[in-house]
Design a protein around this ligand. Structure first.
Ligand SMILES: [Zn+2]
Length: 239
């Protein structure tokens, strides 16, 4: 079967072929395993909408807790982390099960919700948290870049991919236990490759999950030293 190239190639191809595929491979919600209508992907509408979104006061609390009102001007996450969250299920499939299409899907959700909660008109570009090249080889892709592509698609904000690199291979943040360990693990892991392309810009940093905030804080420190103006941090989940 040949699918036409479009900006939403994966989504469109699934929709066109959906009814046919349903006969061959029944499609189920990845979280609750209910059968999915042909116009829905990955999550059923119930799973997609049932979690409460973070309100402004919660986001202010989180901003202070993770970044102490320094470095980061404003942050946004779709939902608070919990073990039963359908978004947690999706991130798990994206990071550990090779379901790369989930990246753009989640990114579009993130971008659409972001637009309603934040003034994005002043943002010049998106920087996904970089992965070390060995990690990209291991996983096959950078999940934050895939999220960024979805956000870029619905907001029109361009992605700046090569401005920051991860210069050190680090243990996965989930494998580090304390806040201090997480900070040491990630300290000095990022380097700005070309300060000229970021100087004076307002930048949105994207990660899949914000835990202690130390990963984004390290990226942010480097970007600030490179002369960036304002920084915003967004993610799907926040702990
Ligand atoms: Zn479901």
């Amino acid at each position: 079967m040949v699918f036409q190239e479009t900006g939403r190639d994966d989504v469109v191809s699934v929709n066109i072929a959906g009814e046919l595929i349903d006969f061959v491979v029944p499609r189920f919600c990845l979280h609750c395993e209910q059968h999915l209508p042909v116009d829905q992907l990955f999550l059923c509408n119930n799973c997609l909408h049932h979690e409460p979104r973070l309100d402004t006061l919660q986001l202010i609390d989180l901003l202070y807790d993770k970044f102490g009102f320094e470095l980061i001007t404003w942050m946004f996450s779709v939902v608070k982390f919990n073990e039963q969250s359908p978004f947690r299920t999706m991130i798990h499939f994206l990071k550990y099960k090779g379901l790369f299409n989930a990246g753009k899907y989640l990114g579009e959700i993130l971008g659409n919700e972001l637009k309603t909660k934040m003034d994005i008109s002043e943002i010049d570009c998106i920087i996904p948290v970089p992965l070390h090249r060995l990690k990209i080889i291991e996983r096959g892709y950078n999940q934050s870049l895939l999220l960024a592509k979805g956000v870029s698609l619905v907001t029109g904000i361009p992605i700046l991919q090569k401005a920051v690199k991860r210069s050190r291979y680090t243990a996965a943040q989930v494998e580090t236990e304390t806040k201090a360990e997480r900070h040491l693990n990630i300290k000095g892991a990022f380097k700005v490759t070309d300060a000229n392309i970021i100087a004076g810009k307002n930048i949105l940093i994207i990660d899949d999950v914000i835990t202690t905030g130390s990963t984004i804080r390290e990226v942010a420190k480097e970007l600030k030293e490179g002369g960036v103006n304002e920084l915003y941090a967004v993610s799907i989940l926040v702990t």
